[in-house]
Every structure is written in structure tokens, then in C-alpha cells.
Design a protein around this ligand. Structure first.
Ligand SMILES: Cc1cc2nc3c(=O)[nH]c(=O)nc-3n(C[C@H](O)[C@H](O)[C@H](O)COP(=O)(O)O)c2cc1C
Length: 175
């Protein structure tokens, strides 16, 4: 199955998180994975994928505009053709303060986009590796300060396990 991980990143933390999500997806047998920034990715990478992961920093309590541009230009172009209906999708976020500062709102807003396209939402259950102590059911979150706070091993585990789960669900949906 094919998995596309798409990220926006200003300081570099969300790019590092995307690499962990992609590594988790790659650990599943039969997975082909693309990990691309919003400037590199296009609607072709969405059509190619059976599972899609979206991640961005929280900016002023919501989705960073670079990711919103990608959603409104590339995702939206596929809405009328229904090609994303039934594909698996998941989201991840970084924020300066982790659970505070709007990261939860950012994740819900990203999930809303996937729902608009009829995708199967792959969430981040509380029994996944790395979930506690700062986990959220919507998706993995890293608290990075101004991009200068390295991730903990738990945070790395949570991103990897989310990528793995996305690929596993995408594979099951294809079967
Ligand atoms: C313009 C701007 C606005 C931000 N607004 C928030 C915010 O509302 N809440 C928050 O928790 N962090 C906020 N931050 C901090 C970033 O979310 C945090 O540093 C993030 O992890 C950076 O990800 P990156 O390294 O991928 O750019 C903001 C950062 C910038 C540059």
C-alpha cells in the first residue's frame, strides 16, 4: 500500500516529526512511503496514496497557513472527483507548549479536512506506544518551544506508532 506524509515546518520540528511518522509507516510490510513538504507535494501524491498523514505547526491557535493553502488548493481540487473517499487519513501537530496553545484545535481542523473528503479517520488511541503523558486522541503532538526543544523518546514513539497504524489501516482497507 502507498502512504504519503505531508508536512509544513517553519523551524524544522514538524519536519522531524513527519520523518518519524514516515518511518513508522515504512515499518509495515508492503508499504511504499513518500514524505514531502507542502511545497513539494501535489494532488498527484494524494491520488497515489492509500493512506495520507498531514502535519503542521500550530500558528496562532490553528493550522499554519502554508498547510491551509495546500488543503485549499491541492486537496480541494480532488473534492468533486471523490478520489479520496474511503482512503485512510491521520494528522499530527507541533506547538510551542504541547497540549496548550491550540494544538488540539489544529488537529481537529486538520481532521475536518479529511472528513470533508470522506476519508477514514485514523486516530491516536490512548494505548499506543508513547501516548502518555501528553497524548491526545486526535493525533500525536510534540511540544517544541521555538523549535529548540528536542522530542522525548515517548514523543518519537507516538509519531512512529501513528505512522505504523495509518499504514496498517490503509492496508486493511485495500484488502
Ligand atoms: C507565527 C507563529 C505562531 C505560533 N503560534 C503558536 C500558538 O498559537 N500555539 C503554540 O502552541 N505554538 C505556537 N507557535 C510555536 C510553534 O507552533 C512551535 O514552535 C512549532 O513546534 C514549530 O514547528 P516547526 O519547527 O515545524 O516550525 C507559533 C510559532 C510561530 C512561528
Amino acid at each position: 500500500m502507498n502512504v504519503t506524509v505531508i508536512y509544513d515546518s517553519y523551524y524544522g520540528s514538524t519536519k522531524a516529526m513527519a520523518a518519524e511518522v514516515a518511518a513508522g509507516a515504512s515499518s509495515v510490510a508492503g508499504a511504499a512511503v513518500r514524505c514531502l513538504s507542502v511545497d513539494e507535494a501535489s494532488r498527484d501524491d494524494l491520488e497515489w496514496a492509500d493512506g495520507i498523514a498531514l502535519g503542521c505547526p500550530t500558528h496562532m491557535g490553528s493550522i499554519a497557513w502554508q498547510m491551509k493553502r495546500f488543503i485549499d488548493e491541492e486537496f480541494a481540487a480532488l473534492w468533486q472527483s471523490h478520489v479520496l473517499v474511503g482512503k485512510a487519513g491521520t494528522v499530527f501537530t507541533t506547538g510551542g507548549a504541547g497540549g496548550a496553545g491550540g494544538t488540539e484545535l489544529t488537529q481537529i481542523a486538520l481532521l475536518s479536512n479529511l472528513a470533508q473528503h470522506g476519508m477514514i479517520l485514523v486516530t491516536h488511541p490512548h494505548n499506543m506506544p508513547g501516548f502518555r503523558p501528553d497524548g491526545m486522541a486526535w493525533g500525536a503532538t510534540w511540544a517544541t518551544g521555538r523549535g529548540d526543544r528536542p522530542p522525548t523518546q515517548r514523543q518519537i514513539d507516538s509519531a512512529r506508532s501513528q505512522g505504523q497504524r495509518l499504514a496498517e489501516v490503509a492496508g486493511k482497507l485495500m484488502a
